[in-house]
Design a protein around this ligand. Structure first.
Ligand SMILES: [Zn+2]
Length: 412
């Protein structure tokens, strides 16, 4: 049931051109920054709405501002397969993270329409309005709302300008009051599929265009503060110092060592802020972020325990006070065995070696996987680079993804 190869390449080229077009829609003059519920996201929705309509979909926005294109089934009272990803971005983003998944889904529907194919199930292409959480510091808002699990407190979170999420959503045309009523029912769904760039180097290293996601790794975000004694850089002798920054630096190196010696563990100190932060002052306080991820939740818990004792030991040996705050954590989410199998078969049928890999990054698929059967297809990206303007994807790989999605739709 494959269409002509030329059709997939033509559609893939269109996907690439549309990614370029959307990359120009930014809330900032330089670079691509498209936070949730902004005029920039509205402009992106307007463009994507046109593309959804020309692929034969009816288009609406749900109460959470997610853009939905519906392609009907070949019979009434059918269930729905959602193919989704997100159109919001991080700051100074690449043009494929999220966007590629939405546009490949639209192209897959376009391919069905051209072949005059309808499935026994309806297909909703969903562009989530807030996945990255850039504006409100809260991730997966769109998919949490769609699955009826957005807690009311989240609506009260303010952005940097003091605008609450509820106000921003209302101004965008959504309806904070209707979120619960508008949520999907799991019984109505066939499942959820997401296509996304890998954001890592594994596919490139194996010379493969596509990979099937096995699980989305659990993560813990913590914040640590080492407190010591501020002092003059010229007058306090070394042996009398309680240098908070030196303690924090020692901990950052310990994080690296522990992660390197624990299989499959990744741990990162990405932020480190000394106070008062002057070149001639011994830091009295240093605050750092800690991001710990592992596919095995027990291994992650064990690593956190080890890191906590290491931090305490460093603080004690330096006469520092330590506070440790657990900020947010997510358990590992496995993708549905059935969808994984279907995706592996589809990859094989299209002529590639099917491999599975875990996702170190969080995705809407992780939220949906707790609601319905979910599957995820990764597309190779150059150098594994993501969340950066130099994000790059090959048009041939996009064509391969399109073929696999079409094959998956026939099988599932
Ligand atoms: Zn993404």
């Amino acid at each position: 049931m494959q269409g002509k190869p030329s059709m997939h390449h033509e559609l893939a080229a269109t996907v690439m051109a549309r990614c370029d077009e959307l990359a120009a829609i930014s809330a900032e003059r330089h670079g691509l920054t498209r936070p949730a519920y902004t005029p920039a996201l509205r402009a992106a929705h307007t463009l994507v709405t046109g593309w959804m309509r020309s692929a034969g979909m009816t288009v609406y926005e749900d109460a959470a501002g997610n853009l939905v294109g519906s392609y009907p089934a070949n019979r009434s009272a059918a269930r729905t397969l959602i193919i989704g990803s997100h159109l919001d971005t991080v700051r100074d983003a690449g043009r494929y993270d999220g966007t590629l998944g939405v546009l490949v889904a639209i192209a897959a529907i376009e391919a069905l329409q051209r072949q005059e194919l309808r499935m026994a199930y309806g297909i909703d292409v969903v562009a989530f309005a807030d996945e990255e959480g850039l504006r409100f510091g809260h991730s997966f808002t769109g998919s949490l709302a769609l699955t009826g699990r957005l807690t009311p407190e989240v609506l009260q979170i303010n952005d940097a300008d003091g605008v609450s999420l509820a106000e921003a959503l209302h101004a965008f045309g959504g309806d904070p009051e209707m979120l619960a009523q508008d949520a999907r029912r799991a019984d109505d769904l066939v499942g959820y599929l997401e296509i996304h760039i890998e954001q890592g180097p594994l596919l490139e290293a194996q010379d493969l265009p596509l990979g099937v996601v096995s699980a989305i790794a659990g993560a813990s975000h913590c914040q640590l503060t080492f407190s010591g004694t501020a002092g003059h850089a010229g007058t306090v002798p070394m042996e009398l110092r309680h240098d908070a920054l030196a303690g924090a630096a020692q901990f950052a190196l310990a994080v690296e060592t522990i992660a390197r010696t624990t299989p499959d563990l990744v741990a990162t100190v990405g932020e480190l802020t000394p106070h008062p932060g002057a070149s001639n002052v011994i830091a009295g306080q240093a605050t750092l972020s800690l991001d710990v991820r592992h596919q095995d939740d027990d291994m992650r818990a064990q690593a956190l325990h080890e890191l906590q004792s290491r931090a305490a030991a460093i603080a004690q040996s330096r006469g520092l006070h330590l506070t440790w705050e657990d900020r947010q954590q997510w358990a590992t989410v496995r993708m549905s065995p059935h969808f994984r199998e279907q995706l592996r078969q589809a990859v094989q049928a299209v002529g590639y070696t099917p491999i599975e890999l875990p996702s170190g990054a969080g995705h809407d698929a992780g939220i949906l996987a707790e609601f319905t059967q979910a599957g995820m297809l990764f597309v190779r990206c150059q150098g594994g680079i993501s969340h950066h303007p130099s994000e790059a994807v090959a048009v041939e790989d996009v064509a391969a993804a399109l073929k696999v999605v079409e094959q998956f739709l026939m099988q599932v």
